[in-house]
Design a protein around this ligand. Sequence first.
Ligand SMILES: *Cc1c(COP(=O)(O)O)cnc(C)c1O
Length: 387
Amino acid sequence: MSVPTAARTVPLCELDNAEPQLFEELIATVRGIAATGAFTGGEAVEAFERDYAAWCEAPHAIGVSSGTEALVLALRALNVGVGDEVVVPANSFIATAEAVSLVGARPRFADVDPQTQLITAQSVERALTAAVRVVVPVHLFGRTVELAPLLELTREHGLMLVEDAAQAHGARYRGRRVGTFGDAGTFSFYPAKNLGGWGDGGAVVTTRADVAERVRLLRSHGESPRYHHRVVGTTARLDALQAAILRRKLVRLDSWNDARRAVAARLREALSGAEDVVAPPPAAAHGDHVYHQFVIRTSDRDRMRAILASAGVASGVHYPVPIHRTDAYAHLAEDHDVAPVATRLAGELLSLPIFPRMDEQQIELVATSVREAREQLRPSTPPPEPC
Ligand SMILES: *Cc1c(COP(=O)(O)O)cnc(C)c1O
């Protein structure tokens, strides 16, 4: 019987070059597109859009050039602009807020719930002003936001809802895929996302035919038909190479998300009983989690990271500064203290490695390294306090 050799290092995530068979298949796909010479639009993009809409169980999916552009075009399609305000979570990738600023509107930051680390109907309600027209929940790290009370709130106040699902492709809420609940849902296909291309890409998904048509116009110079420019648009198309690659990968995405859930269950088990580190909040009963990241909380993050690194275990911080406290948003000075929970979490969240092909030895190395780090840091590390 052979003794398995221990995994020496574990990266934070893995890309397609780590899987030779998939890699070869995608190289052949790239070659095929290159041979046709159809690099923008065309059959490859249309085929991906059809498949992605079907997979999301939505009537429309429009491929665009990034997740940020997906948000910008969704907001523009909803006529959001100067003088309008949009509620976004204080704890997200900065793009959620940037998109609001890019259309000339102002972000209003909602704090997050200390348990779920996501916005709630209550925190959104506190952030509402007379100028707010849209709420953008983010299914951060792959965990679904509690949408039912949010939808009730937006209905009550006559607001629109755009889901930022850049980290949650395929997650289900009450049985339905995220991205299909509000006026539009947006996705990113940045290489490290649960569905990633070989460059930048994104999509807008919507149940509204008018929004779909508007996004299609805007992403390509407001043009329809050729050289008839009906509105001021931009260059924000999904390119054919990305579309073809994404289409090949899409058929595997459900099984990859399942694999992420299985890895998360093992990592969670390894943390059970620990008081000095807090495991990520699991999916709610009628919600879901596709574990774009596996994020723990520790009050001694820097030392924990250093110990993990010396054991060959990579880690990440998503995100070290909450959006409302970044230099980019310092000009909204009155927002400095609007989200104390997000601010506190920004100092404690630590992302551990997670990816679909993470093997037994890698899982074991992460688990033992976290255990050893906790031993070394005890008793100087107090448990994270309730926010
Ligand atoms: C990645 C991401 C985006 C932006 O996507 P890009 O494709 O990088 O422009 C937006 N929102 C969230 C929550 C993200 O994680």
